[in-house]
Design a binder for this molecule. Structure first.
Ligand code: ZN
Ligand code: ZN
Length: 386
């Protein structure tokens, strides 16, 4: 390929720019585009790219398969379950876990993956197992956090259980869990928090089922303007960096303390929600927080969240840019990455576990990458004060 200087000594952006030049991408395009890309930067879909990837956005993960034999998918998914069953999420991660998560990426980036019966059956089985586990798990200390689909999490302490951004899946592809499973999740929870109105975070049927089970649903005001009746039943908390709200749950027996930070995804109102449990543990979920770091923007207050609050666990949209600034502003004891492999997104936008590792690399915080249905027990005494 004619790279004259040993690539290892060069920054990745320089390597990519010189590579693009070597495959005929004009130097100025490379300078304006790919030369500035890093695994942690925003990459335009139509950015300059070499021929071996379908989009510049896919430069930092292996190229996707167009299709694959069912036997390979079936054996791979069975091996993934076997491996992840033997090597649970831990701070010092066994390398086999990463191999298994990357194999999941390979399968979920087959273009037709959301329509493949094998993939759907695997998703449903993992969620079914997670819900059965949640139903049987009593937490006696700290907090256990289950990662469900996409950016959905279920959080349980000795006294309370709550969830963020629970959706059935990607309904446009029929890639969903059955409604009975949603009912079982709602029965396990004391409250549901929805970050913003996009359908990979807010699911009308899920909300109806939580409300029917008399569980409060907290969301920003513009969630469903076309559903005034439903919006009347949803709890809308003032979006504010200062206001700490009390949310009574379990018929008033327990109280959650909530800060609904006034975030945005472009023009859409997006709550960054901090929930403090009766034990004093704080969990933060960012939704699709996405705004340029510019004067007067959300980063003005994101950068000082940690000055006012102590966050134990952060559940970010892992492709947030700049992720390091978001994390530093919140300064959590632990990060659990979120929003990977959203099957409703096109392959170029279906952010994967491989890229989560890329993005977390160099961020000096304990972090975990988990897949659908996995959980982690966080005990604050095992994490250093930050
Ligand atoms: Zn969104
Ligand atoms: Zn999203």
């Amino acid at each position: 390929m004619g790279m004259a200087i040993p690539g290892r000594l060069l920054p990745l952006s320089v390597m990519i720019a010189s590579f693009l030049a070597s495959v005929g991408v004009p130097a100025d395009a490379a300078r304006k585009g790919a030369g500035h890309f890093t695994p942690n930067s925003q990459i335009p879909e139509d950015g300059p790219k070499p021929g071996f990837v379908t989009s510049a956005r896919r430069l930092f993960t292996a190229p996707e398969l167009q299709d694959a034999p069912d036997e390979w998918i079936d054996h791979s998914l069975q091996w993934v379950d076997f491996t992840l069953g033997n090597y649970k999420p831990t701070l010092v991660e066994h390398p086999l876990r990463r191999a298994a998560l990357i194999r999941i990426d390979d399968i979920l980036h087959i273009k037709s993956a959301p329509q493949k019966p094998l993939v759907l059956a695997w998703y449903r089985a993992r969620m079914e197992r997670a819900v059965a586990e949640i139903e049987q798990t009593k937490v006696t200390q700290g907090v256990r956090i289950w990662k469900l689909y996409n950016h959905g999490f279920l959080v349980r302490t000795p006294t309370v259980t709550f969830a963020f951004d629970i959706v059935a899946g990607a309904p446009q592809h029929g890639f969903v869990i059955p409604p009975e499973l949603i009912d079982r999740i709602s029965r396990q929870c004391d409250a549901l928090f929805i970050s913003h109105r996009h359908p990979d975070h807010a699911d009308l049927d899920v909300v109806r089922r939580f409300l029917k089970a008399k569980k409060p649903v907290v969301a920003p005001e513009q969630l469903w303007a076309d559903q005034p009746g439903l919006m009347g039943a949803i709890t809308v908390l003032e979006r504010s960096t200062r206001h700490v709200h009390d949310l009574l749950v379990q018929s008033g027996r327990q109280k959650l303390k909530i800060v609904a930070y006034p975030g945005h995804q472009d023009e859409v109102l997006n709550n960054i929600t901090l929930v403090t449990t009766p034990e004093g543990l704080t969990i933060a979920q960012t939704g699709d927080q996405w705004q340029e770091d510019a004067p007067g923007g959300d980063f003005d207050w994101i950068s000082s969240i940690a000055r006012d609050r102590k966050v134990d666990v952060l559940l970010p949209n892992i492709w947030a840019v700049p992720l390091d600034r978001l994390v530093r502003g919140i300064n959590p004891a632990l990060i659990i990455s979120g929003h990977e492999n959203e099957m409703g997104h096109s392959v170029a936008h279906r952010e994967d576990y491989t890229q989560s590792y890329n993005r977390l690399f160099g961020i000096p915080y304990p972090a975990l990458v988990m897949t659908w249905g996995e959980s982690f027990q966080y005990n604050p005494s095992q994490f250093s004060e930050r």
